[in-house]
Design a protein around this ligand. Structure first.
Ligand code: ADP
Ligand code: ZN
Length: 606
């Protein structure tokens, strides 16, 4: 039997309250409904979960969803139950009694969706019981975890390949938000999806305004400025180390910002408490290592700041992608420096992995910094990195808005490269700059006699520092750590030659610090501005939601997203049938909350 897409759309409307499929959802769902396996690569917030939830409701049998994190499963199951879907999870946190009840529902055929962890699924007893259960599909969420090329490798995901043989007639769906061509290949191989159709959506995140700037000095001052310019909004701030997280959170609290710290060094219960606090707050700032990540599906995060840069472009997109999941405008701001890049290479060198893996990861580091320090649209650079073609500039990142002016610095770059060459890579940054400016104290006759001595009068010491950093980011120079007293040597020889010959130009980023770039420059889209008269209604609806969420011990967004409340505030539905037409209001939620919402509206009107 081929179930129809019309029926799927009916479920989308009635159960989930959305009018139309987005992006490639309809294609993925059709593929699964026809009983074929598939792989879907959709950006964060792209609506991956509906791709397996809807077919699970339509096909006979249980929809099995493999998910790497309990937090992810908890949120999804809570959201489904709110929408009136029969869903449950089985993981190590579930009490025996609930476990038994869930199995009873599975055996009675009344459960539509079951969420499990990969190791939970592969337990013999689980597999044995499932072998007697008709399955609608098997979805593997965050499928990139199977790849060692990716950034979230989880060895237990590798076992999932066996599912193909154990359940040969059940369609499988691998979904992920981040997978370059290589990771996709890995997913296919490891999860035995060789012949599966692949649906790759655009990686565009039009709601995200991106910005990146070089670190100036070490302190927390810049992060504080950025946070203070964004009051009453939820944000995530990533720092590179546990210690860095603790110190930054403390510094922010010192300035009255209610910042929470989160990293793997904290006690499990402390972490769970803080996560819950963050999820349930209307405005909260979480300072964290990347231990805080997957599974944080808070839709109203308005900014992500990298106080230290991410590890790769994949990691960047995924981490920045935690902002603006509700589709409302949000920001991604990254602070980075040459020292961070040097540190990334050093750490990679120390890792005990194949040379091939090392060289792939080294290239990823290089590509990340080229994007951060580059002078082309950031969103476009990332999308091209993911293999998209014909990408237009986003029009809202710092580069597109002209915050980063450049000047041609090819001649100065030639001087710097040639100085490094003549000095034989034996000097660090400071000495090299002194040499270029001719300011070396008591220079040896060898140094004073070099043609590069004092040739660099066109730039200040700070200007040279910027240029040297840029040449490092571009791979034209490279840094030898030399036990903490780094020396600068020449980078990729072929590229260096192109610069000498003037065939490769070097554009220097200019005057970042004086620029307006320091202020948040959100261009709020016209259609997103709520008319002033609707604001009080919106606030009243949020207050009602806050109480309702507290009563049920749920995060507020599980009840309704901000976006849905905003739409209600503006549309002022006059009755339940009008309310049902708002995106995000399905039948389950209408029955549950319709009257309460109408009450709030009536009170506001009276
Ligand atoms: P992700 O791909 O990041 O897992 P989700 O499945 O969590 O994304 O969906 C992100 C948000 O988009 C959710 O709030 C979901 O309700 C909403 N959404 C998904 N599909 C649609 C659609 N077709 N129309 C409107 N909203 C949708
Ligand atoms: Zn742009």
């Amino acid at each position: 039997m081929t179930a129809s897409l019309d029926q799927a759309r009916e479920i989308l409307r009635r159960t989930f309250g959305h009018a139309e499929f987005r992006g490639r959802q309809a294609e993925v769902i059709t593929e699964i409904l026809e009983g074929r396996s598939a792989m879907a690569v959709l950006p964060t917030g792209g609506g991956k979960s509906l791709c397996y939830q809807i077919p699970s409701l339509m096909r006979p049998g249980l929809g099995l969803v493999v998910s790497p994190l309990i937090a992810l499963m908890t949120d999804q199951v809570a959201g489904l139950v709110q929408s009136g879907v029969s869903a449950a999870r089985l993981d190590s946190n579930i009490e025996p009694r609930e476990r038994m009840e869930t199995w009873a529902r599975i055996e009675a055929g009344t459960l539509d969706l079951l969420y499990v962890s990969p190791e939970g699924l592969m337990q013999p007893s689980m597999l044995e019981r499932l072998s007697r259960t008709p399955l609608a599909l098997i979805a593997i969420d965050e499928a990139h975890c199977v790849s060692q090329w990716g950034h979230d490798f989880r060895p237990e995901y590798r076992m999932l390949g066996r599912v193909a043989e154990l359940f040969p007639t059940v369609p499988r769906l691998a979904v992920t938000a981040t997978a370059d061509a290589r990771t996709r290949e890995d997913i296919r191989t490891e999860l035995r999806l060789k012949d599966a159709a692949e649906f790759v959506a655009s990686f565009a995140r039009p709601e995200l305004a991106l910005q990146a700037e070089r670190k100036r000095g070490a302190g927390h001052k810049r992060v504080l400025e950025l946070v203070e310019a964004r009051p009453d909004r939820s944000g995530v701030i990533y720092a590179g180390s546990r210690d860095g997280v603790d110190k930054l959170a403390e510094a922010l609290r010192g300035f009255g910002v209610p910042a929470l710290a989160y990293h793997a060094g904290l006690d499990k219960t402390v972490r769970a408490e803080r996560l819950e606090k963050f999820l349930e707050a209307d405005a909260a700032v979480m300072v964290a290592t990347i231990a805080f990540g997957m599974g944080v599906d808070k839709p109203d995060v308005r900014y992500v700041i990298h106080a230290d840069p991410p590890a790769s472009i994949e990691a960047y997109w995924q981490e920045i992608g935690r902002a603006g999941r509700d589709g409302e405008p949000a920001e991604g701001i990254t602070l980075y420096g040459a020292a961070d890049m040097a540190w990334a290479f050093r750490r990679l060198d120390g890792r005990d992995v194949d040379e091939e893996v090392k060289s792939v990861q080294g290239r990823k580091v290089r590509q990340l910094y080229a994007m951060l320090d580059g002078v082309t649209c950031r969103a476009a650079a990332v999308r091209r990195y993911f293999g998209e073609e014909g990408v237009a500039p986003c029009g809202q990142c710092d580069i597109c808005l002209g915050a980063v002016a450049t000047v041609d610095a090819t001649q100065s770059a030639q001087k710097a490269l040639s100085a490094v060459h003549r000095l034989g890579g034996r000097f660090g940054r400071g000495r090299l700059i002194e040499h270029l400016l001719g300011k070396t104290k008591d220079p040896s006759s060898f140094e004073a006699g070099l043609s590069t001595f004092g040739v660099g009068q066109e730039l200040s010491a700070a200007g040279w520092r910027d240029l040297l950093d840029q040449l490092l980011f571009d791979g034209l120079l490279k840094e030898d750590p030399n036990d903490g007293r780094p020396l600068i040597g020449l980078g990729e020889a072929a590229e260096v030659r192109l610069v000498y010959r003037g065939e490769r130009k070097v554009a220097l980023r200019q005057g970042l610090e004086e620029k307006e770039a320091r202020k948040p420059r959100r261009k709020v889209r016209e259609d997103r501005i709520m008319p002033a008269q609707d604001q009080p209604v919106f606030e009243a609806l949020r207050a009602w939601r806050r109480d309702e969420a507290a009563r049920q011990h749920l995060p507020p967004y599980v009840i309704f997203h901000d976006r849905t409340l905003a739409e209600i505030a503006v549309a002022r539905p006059s009755g339940l049938s009008d309310l049902a037409a708002i995106s995000g209001v399905g039948e389950g939620k209408l029955a549950r909350y319709g009257e309460a919402v109408m009450d709030v509206l009536r009170q506001q009107a009276g």
